[in-house]
Design a protein around this ligand. Sequence first.
Ligand code: UD1
Length: 424
Amino acid sequence: MDIFVVEGGKRLEGTITVGGAKNAAVAIIPAAILSGDICRIENLPDISDVSVISQILIQLGAKVTQISKSVIEIDSRNVNCTQVSQELAKNMRASYYMLGALLGRFNRAKVPMPGGCYFGVRPIDQHLKGFEALGAKTGLRDGVISLTTDKGLKGARISLDVVSVGATINLMLGAVRAEGLTIIERAAREPHIVDLANFLNSMGADVRGAGTDVIKIRGVKKLHGATYSIIPDQIEAGTYMIAAAATGGDVTINNIIPKHMESISRKLVEMGVEIYEYDDAIRVTRSRPLKACNVTTMPHPGFPTDMQPQMAVIMSIANGVSSITEGVWENRFQYVEQLCRLGVKATVQGRVATFEGVEKLVGNHVRATDLRGGAAMVIAALISDGETSIRDIYHIERGYERLIDKLVRVGACIDRRTVPDDYE
Ligand code: UD1
C-alpha cells in the first residue's frame, strides 16, 4: 500500500497555487454531454475524481481528449449509452450527476447508487422528488437508480425540503432542456453551483439566480459546445490557509477568489491569524498564539462542512476550549479518533466535537478516514513532533492535486512511500 510519511515541525513559508474546484469539475464534466457537441474544459484539478468522471463519459461513448494536465476536450456527439457501470459509479459520489445529465439529454438514465465519503446516511430523496416533478418516472432495482420519461421533461416548481448541493445540481442538469420554466426553491448557493450555471449558460442554457436560493431555468431545445474555465478550489485553498496558520508560517495562496474564502478567513482572524487579501491571492501568517473559537458548519455562505476536519486540527493547539457543531452531516467526526492518536484532546457528542488545546502533538501511525479527514491528518502531522505515517491516502488523492509537491515547495517534509500491507 501507499502511505504518506511526514516529518513534523517545519514552518511553511512561500507560495502555493491552487487548482480548479473539484466539486465544480465533477458537475461540469457530466454537464458537457448535454450539449451533444464539443466542449473544452480548462483549469481542471489533476485528481482521481476527475479521471473517474471522465472515464464514465468515455464508457457512455464520449471522446475525452487530454489536451494538457488541466485541460480536456469532451466530444459527446456520439454518446449512445445511458447506463453507467457499477465499477465506475461506486468510486465517487458525483457519479450521480450522470442522472441529471443523461435524463436531460436522452430522457432516460440508469446509474448505480454512488460511492464517496461516508458521513452517515446520504439519502437522494430530494434528487428523485425533483426528477419526478419534472415528469420522470423513478425506480430502484438491484442498487441501480433508473429514470425515464415517455412524454419528455416539463418545467416545474420544485421546493427542496433540505438545502442540498447535489440535488440542486442534478435538477439544474435535468431542467436545462426541459420544456418551459423550472423554479428550484431552497436551492444551495455554493460557488460551484454558480460555476455550473455559468457553464450551462455558456452552452446556450437560460439559468438565472444561481448563488441565491431561487434558481430559475427556462428550458431550451438545444445547447452547443463551449470553452469554459473552472473556478479555483475553495476547500483546497482553505486547507492550505489552515496548514500555514497551524505551522506558524507565512504562505501566499494564489489563484483564489477571496470572496469564497470569507467564512474561513473570519474564523482564522478570530483565532489570531493574520490574513491579507489581494485580487486573486491571500496571504496567511501567524506569529501569535492561537485563541480558541467555536464553529458551526452550514450550507454556503456559512462555514463549509468540508473545512471542519482541518479546522479541528488548528483548534487542537489553540489556547482554551474550542468546539465544532456539524450542521450538515449526521456523522462527520470519524477522523477525530485518528487525531487523538497524535495527542489531540477531543470529545464527540452527537453533532458536537470539543477540543481542549494542547501544547504539542506527537507523531504516530494514522489513517485517512475520508477525503477532508485525510487532509486534517496531513496538517496534524505537519505540526506533530517526529514522524507520522498516514495510510488510506487514496481518499486524499481523490481531491487534492499534487499535495506533497505543493507542501514540500513551502518547506514541508513529506514523502509518498510504498510499504507492505502489514506496515506498522
Ligand atoms: C456536496 C459535496 C460535499 C459537501 C456537501 C455539503 C460534492 C461532490 N460533494 O455533497 O463535499 O460536504 O455538498 O456542502 O459536491 N440530503 C437529503 N436528501 C437528499 C440530498 C441530501 O436529506 O436527497 C441531506 C444530506 O443527508 C445532508 C444534507 O442534505 O445532510 C446536505 O447534503 P448535500 O448538500 O446534498 O451534499 P452532497 O451534494 O452529497
